[in-house]
Design a protein around this ligand. Structure first.
Ligand SMILES: CC(C)(COP(=O)(O)OP(=O)(O)OC[C@H]1O[C@@H](n2cnc3c(N)ncnc32)[C@H](O)[C@@H]1OP(=O)(O)O)[C@@H](O)C(=O)NCCC(=O)NCCS
Length: 169
């Protein structure tokens, strides 16, 4: 049983534990956050919460049955009805559909609660897991880019089309 929760200050210890435990795992697919991220964790979390308060970002955690953080799904850089989607799931919880389910929930929140009309995302060509999640949740490839020096694909998701898709999309 998992739940998608909007990021709050009380999540700090569980979120830090999640980022620490999965640091090496995430660094296999996306750039490492760097030592400063962990050393200045509280200050950075405060900045994130301030950005969320200002409506610039919408940040969510996937919370497990014991209150542990199993993943993150973030909508950042809100502007003109659009935002950029990012997500990550703990190694111990991988391959169970958590990312796919959480992104689907975030799509509903984005359209119904945050009033967004379009989401953008990008994944490196070699990130099969991320690309699978994006394709399964209705993101369409719209071009190529480079992320961290690696070839990548840009995607968009028209939220106006959310309810016109078949259930599996
Ligand atoms: C990408 C990521 C979020 C996937 O999380 P997840 O909860 O395991 O994803 P799901 O279980 O919803 O998987 C969706 C599909 O992708 C597949 N998949 C997941 N990771 C995969 C991988 N590394 N290689 C190949 N396929 C993968 C799953 O098997 C599943 O397909 P299936 O149902 O046919 O088995 C997770 O691996 C992660 O956090 N990676 C590191 C950070 C990252 O890359 N974030 C995305 C940046 S764009």
């Amino acid at each position: 049983m998992t739940e998608l929760q909007r990021l709050r200050a009380e999540h700090a210890p569980a979120l830090l534990a999640f980022e620490r435990a999965n640091r090496a795992y995430f660094a296999e697919s996306v750039p490492d956050r760097g030592d400063a991220y962990f050393a200045e964790f509280d200050a950075r979390l405060a900045e994130l919460l301030a950005g969320q308060e200002a409506g610039r970002d919408h940040l969510h955690l996937i919370i497990g049955g014991d209150g542990e953080v199993l993943g993150r799904v973030n909508l950042i850089d809100v502007e003109d009805g659009s935002a950029e989607l990012g997500f990550r799931v703990a190694k111990e919880a991988a391959g169970r559909g958590l990312a796919t389910n959480a992104v689907r929930q975030a799509l509903v929140l984005a359209a119904d609660t945050y009033g967004l009309r379009l989401l953008r995302a990008a994944a490196t060509v070699d990130n099969t897991g991320s690309r699978t999640v994006l394709q399964r949740t209705g993101f369409l490839p719209v071009g190529e880019t480079v992320l961290d020096g690696r070839p990548a694909i840009r995607y968009v998701r028209d939220l106006g089309a959310a309810r016109q898709r078949p259930a599996g999309a």
